[in-house]
Design a protein around this ligand. Structure first.
Ligand code: B1M
Length: 211
């Protein structure tokens, strides 16, 4: 791996918040591809954080500080990942489902959708089904995006779709789902309109669903 990407990887892995932005800036100044900085530097490091957590070497505080480091880095990288467009491509209501506090992936999807000119209503994390229903009624989006990172919160995706049906608004929107444990088969099973494994494919999917 390029030495500069390795330094960014190490910063996220070790939660070196003070240094990550300087390394990302140096990589950008050296014309490294922002997509490689994100995928090989930052997302790969978060996967390693997850592995260390599973093996009992990292605990929640280490995971949290790595997440904060990633978020600081993302703030700097954002303008390089997205190119602002003027005309809205449609409105998207997005959130991490009830019980789930993970938002880095959801924020990345949001960022990429914004870059593709979608108007975003971000409901944040731990969003109850009724909040999604309220937001659909209030904002009339074309797409509802649900993110989940825990196997224990994946059922909240189903509950949210059921709540949209019960409120009579399911047919007004397309529902897309994603997050590390989510699969195409699960999306199909819960009656979602689409699944994307990563942020760039979430943009492609959203574009295809809004025509
Ligand atoms: Co948590 N955590 N965590 N965590 N965490 C995981 C998910 C875990 C896999 C770690 C592990 O054991 N290996 C594990 C889940 C196991 C399982 O469910 N089977 C886990 C656990 C157990 C927990 C706690 C229960 C730990 C505890 O308290 N004992 C707890 C739960 C809290 C809660 O939510 N109620 C917890 C807490 C946390 C922190 C708060 C410390 C922190 C989150 C901070 C934050 O998000 N602000 C955290 C972190 C950082 C992780 C890992 C290490 C990294 C997640 C991440 O940000 N990845 C994670 C391990 C891992 O994923 N390997 C882990 C980078 C991000 C860019 O990827 O989110 O997958 P991801 O998003 C991708 C795609 O999935 C997709 O696009 C994104 C960009 O490409 N995508 C979508 C995501 N949403 C989408 C929506 C779409 C489309 C695509 O359409 C709408």
């Amino acid at each position: 791996m390029d030495e500069r990407l390795q330094q960014i990887y190490n910063c996220v892995l070790n939660g070196e918040m003070d240094e990550v932005t300087a390394h990302i800036q140096a990589a950008l100044d050296a014309q490294l591809d922002p997509g490689s900085i994100l995928n090989q530097g930052m997302i790969a490091a978060m996967q390693e954080v997850g592995r260390l957590f599973e093996e009992g070497e990292y605990f929640v505080p280490e995971m949290l500080i790595a997440a904060r480091t990633m978020q600081d880095g993302l703030a700097l990288l954002k303008p390089h990942l997205v190119q602002a467009n003027v005309q809205s491509a449609g409105k998207v209501v997005i959130g991490t489902v009830k019980g789930d506090l993970h938002d880095i992936g959801k924020n990345l999807v949001t960022m990429m959708l914004e870059g593709a000119a979608f108007e975003i209503v971000d409901l944040g994390v731990d969003v109850a089904p009724e909040k999604f229903v309220e937001a659909v009624k209030a904002h009339q989006p074309r797409i509802v995006g649900l993110s989940a990172l825990l196997t224990t919160t994946m059922p909240s995706m189903r509950t949210t779709i059921e709540a949209l049906k019960a409120a009579g608004v399911r047919d007004q929107v397309k529902v897309i789902v994603g997050g590390a444990p989510v699969t195409e088969a699960f999306a199909h099973d819960i009656g979602a309109d689409g699944f994307a494994p990563d942020a760039s494919r979430a943009v492609k999917l959203t574009k295809s669903l809004v025509g």
